[in-house]
Design a binder for this molecule. Structure first.
Ligand SMILES: [Zn+2]
Length: 57
């Protein structure tokens, strides 16, 4: 399946067997997104925070 990059709008391919918590990377801008919810064909993403960056939580 495909999902639109929240950063640049490019299409990202998401494997059909992907699971919540998996990271997908935009082939266009290189942004990382974490799958937060997956219900059949509907996927929700949030920007994945880069490792080592502490947001104080
Ligand atoms: Zn992108």
């Amino acid at each position: 399946m495909k999902i639109e990059c929240k950063d640049c709008g490019a299409e990202m391919k998401v494997p059909n067997d992907s699971v919540v918590g998996e990271i997908v990377t935009c082939p266009d801008c290189g942004a990382d997104f974490e799958i937060t919810s997956k219900v059949e064909e509907k996927i929700e993403l949030k920007p994945a925070e880069s490792v080592g960056e502490d947001w104080g939580q």
